[in-house]
Design a protein around this ligand. Structure first.
Ligand code: PPS
Length: 312
C-alpha cells in the first residue's frame, strides 16, 4: 500500500497523484489524526453554511468533503471489494454514471464534485500536483505527535479492516520508525512548514485551535476570504466544537457503525470522536514511550527552526 512500510515520500518522488485542482478549491491537508475532520467541518461550514441553515449539512462530512486518495486505502488486501449496495458505491453510481469504479471511486467523485470544493487529503505536498499552491488554497493542521500516536493507535484498533491489535508500545515503535500508513510524520509536516509563508497556505496547530478557538477561527475566516461576521463565526465555532460534532454523528447514524467499527473497542475506548483533547497522551504514554517520542522529535525537528513548537 502506498506510503505504508518502506515507502517514503522521497522514494515515491515522481509518482504524484495527478489530480487537477481548481482555483476555488480548499484542501485540508493533514497527517492522520491531526484534526482533519474538525477542519473539514469548519471550512465547509464557513463556506457553505455560515448561518447554519443549509440542509446539505445533514449529509455526513465525508460525503461533502471527499477524501482524495481513499481509493489507495480501499485497494488494501484487507478490504473486500465494495458491493453495489454499499453506500460508497451507490454514491459513485449516482454521481458518476457511465464511469468505471476501477478508475478510482473517490478520485472521480472528487472530480465531479461541484465548486466550491473542500477536499481532504493525508498526502504530503511532494505526492500531490506540484502546482497545488499556485492554484488552490491549503489549510495544513498539525498536532502534537504524542496525541497523534494515541489517537492513531485507537483508530487502527477501531476500524475493523485495519485488523490491528498490537499494543501502544509496539505502535509507538512503528511511529518513530516511520512505518505507519501515510509514512514519515515529520517529513509530511516539514514539507508544509517550509511553505508556511505562501499566501495560499494556512498552517494551524490543533492545540491552538482548541485553546484559542475564536482567534484561530478569525484567521481561517480571513484566509478563506469568507467574510463571516463575528456572530456567524461564534455560531460556526459552537457548531463545530467536539461535543456538537460527536452528538451529531451519534444521532445521524449508528454510533457503533458495526460494519466499520470494532464494537468492543467502541465500548472500551470510544468511537471516532474519542476524547478530542490536547494533552490526553499523558493518560496513555509510559515514561519510556514519551522519552522515545521526545528523542525522535528532537532529532527530526532540528532543521524546523526555533519558531516551531507544539503548545502542549
Ligand atoms: S482522520 O481519521 O485521520 O481523518 O482523523 P482526524 O479527523 O484527523 O482526527 C481525529 C481526532 O480529532 C478529534 N476531533 C476533534 N477534536 C476537537 N474538536 C473537534 N470538533 C473534533 N473532531 C474530531 C477526534 O476526537 C480524534 O482525536 P482523539 O484524540 O482520538 O479524540
Amino acid at each position: 500500500m502506498l506510503l505504508a512500510s518502506g515507502h517514503t515520500a522521497e522514494a515515491l518522488q515522481g509518482e504524484e497523484l495527478e489530480h487537477q485542482f481548481r482555483e476555488s478549491d480548499v484542501v485540508v491537508m493533514t497527517w492522520p489524526k491531526c484534526g482533519t475532520t474538525w477542519m473539514q467541518e469548519i471550512v465547509w461550514t464557513m463556506r457553505n453554511n455560515p448561518d447554519l441553515d443549509n440542509p446539505q449539512a445533514m449529509v455526513p462530512t465525508h460525503n461533502r468533503v471527499p477524501f482524495l486518495e481513499l481509493d489507495i486505502l480501499l485497494n488494501s488486501q484487507n478490504i473486500p471489494p465494495l458491493g453495489e449496495d454499499s453506500e460508497l458505491m451507490k454514491a459513485f453510481r449516482y454521481r458518476c454514471p457511465h464511469k468505471d469504479p476501477k478508475d478510482g471511486i473517490l478520485m472521480q467523485i472528487t472530480e465531479v464534485s461541484p465548486d466550491p470544493r473542500t477536499i481532504k487529503t493525508h498526502l504530503p505536498f511532494s505526492l500531490l500536483n506540484p502546482h497545488l499552491l499556485d492554484t488552490a488554497k491549503v489549510i495544513y493542521v498539525a498536532r502534537n505527535p504524542k496525541d497523534v500516536v494515541v489517537s492513531y493507535h485507537h483508530h487502527s484498533r477501531l476500524i475493523k479492516f485495519h485488523d490491528f491489535s498490537s499494543s501502544l508500545d509496539q505502535f509507538v515503535q512503528y511511529f518513530v520508525d516511520d512505518d505507519l500508513v501515510f509514512g514519515p510524520y515529520w517529513m509530511h509536516l516539514k514539507e508544509a512548514w517550509e511553505k508556511r509563508e505562501h499566501p495560499n497556505l494556512h498552517f494551524v496547530n490543533y492545540e491552538d485551535l482548541k485553546q484559542n478557538n475564536m482567534v484561530e477561527m478569525r484567521k481561517i475566516n480571513e484566509f478563506l476570504g469568507t467574510n463571516l461576521t463575528e456572530e456567524q463565526l461564534q455560531k460556526v465555532a459552537k457548531y463545530t466544537n467536539f461535543s456538537e460534532m460527536k452528538t451529531r454523528e451519534e444521532t445521524q447514524s449508528d454510533p457503533k457503525k458495526t460494519i466499520v467499527f470494532n464494537t468492543d473497542i467502541v465500548t472500551s475506548s470510544g468511537g471516532f470522536y474519542r476524547k478530542g483533547k490536547a494533552g490526553d497522551w499523558k493518560e496513555h504514554l509510559t515514561p519510556e514511550m514519551e522519552a522515545k517520542i521526545d528523542q525522535w522529535t528532537q532529532q527530526k525537528t532540528k532543521d524546523l527552526g526555533s519558531s516551531f513548537r507544539f503548545s502542549s
